[in-house]
Design a binder for this molecule. Sequence first.
Ligand code: FMN
Length: 350
Amino acid sequence: EDTTARRKDAHLDLCATGDVEPGQNSTLLECVRLVHCAMPEMAVEDVDLRTPFLGKTLSAPLLVTGMTGGTERAGTVNRDLARLAERHGLAFGVGSQRAMAEDASRAASYQVRQVAPTVALLGNIGLYQAVRLGVDGARRLMDAIGADGLALHLNAGQELTQPEGDRDFRGGYDVVESLVRAFGDRLMVKETGCGIGPDVARRLADLGVRNIDVSGLGGTSWVRVEQLRAKGMQAELGAEFSAWGIPTAAALATVRRAVGPDLRLVASGGIRTGLEAAKVLALGADLAGMALPLFRAQQAGGFEGAEAVLGVILAGLRQALVLTGSRSCAELRQRPRVVTGELKDWLAAL
Ligand code: FMN
C-alpha cells in the first residue's frame, strides 16, 4: 500500500476507538441556552426542516462532513453514510480525494452515486493539494464522483503535527481565488476542527467564497490524532496543541457577524446531538455538520447503527424546534437565546 492509503487507515483506526476528542476541549455550545416556550401552539409534524444546499433541497439542515476514501474499508464507510444521507435527505461529503488523485485505482472507494443518486454531494481536497492539482485536476476529481460541489480543506494545525506534513503555508488565498473563479458557489472552504475565524472568513468572502464550514474546536482533534501517531518532538507538540483552535460556537457566531446574512455557513466540530444542532442553527448556521459520531456508529453497527444514531439526532432537533415554538430554522433564528460564560469573552474579543 502507498503511504497516503496507509496513513488514512491508521487515521480511521484512531478515530474509531482512540481518544481523539480531548476532554478539555469544548465547542462552547454549553454557553448557549435556547429559551423554552411553554405554549408551542404547533404539532411536531409542523416542523419543516427543508434547507437549500448546492442547488438541491435537503430534508434536514445536516451535512455528513468529509471523512474518508482510498481503501476498501473507506469505501464501505462512504457508501453506508451516503446511503443514509440519501434516505434522510441530508448532504454528504467524501474525504480527501488525494488518494484517488495519486492512484486512479482507488477511485471506486469514493463512488457513492449508485447508492445515493440524488444526494447533495461534496468532493474534497486539501488547500495545498489543490496547488499541485490545479483547477483542471480538481474538476476531474469532482466529475469522477459526480459531485455537486467541492470542499477545500484547511488543516495547518494537523500538518504541523505530522512528521511528513506541510511546513509552508504561503499562497493559500491565491489558490482559493482561482478555485472560486472556476467553481463559483459550488466551492466550500472548510477547516478540520481548529476553526475558521472572522478575519479569515472576511478575506474568503471578499474573494467570492459563498460557502464556509467553520469546523471549530470541540470535537475531533486532528492535532490529537496526529499526536497519537507521532513520536518524539512531534508527539510533544501534538499534546501541547491538542486544545488549539477556535471553539465551534465562537467561530460560527463571529464569522456570521463578519460576513453578513447571505454567505452559507456550516457549523461542524463537536456537534453530537440534535439540541446542539439546533443551537448552531439558532446562532446563524445554515447547516450543522457532523463527522465522528456517524463514523463511529457506522463502524460499530454498519448502516443500521448509523441510522439509529441519526434518528436520535433528528428527533432531538425537531424537539428543540417545537420547544422554542419554531416551525422552521428561519423561525428558530428569530427566537431569543442566552449566551453566557467563555463564549461571551470570545464574542467580545473577536
Ligand atoms: N475533513 C476533510 O476535509 N477531509 C478529510 O479527509 C477528513 N477526514 C476525516 C476522517 C475522519 C475519520 C474524521 C472523524 C474527520 C475527518 N475530517 C476530514 C474532518 C471532518 O470533516 C470535520 O471537519 C471534523 O472531524 C470535525 O467534526 P466532528 O467533530 O463532528 O468530527
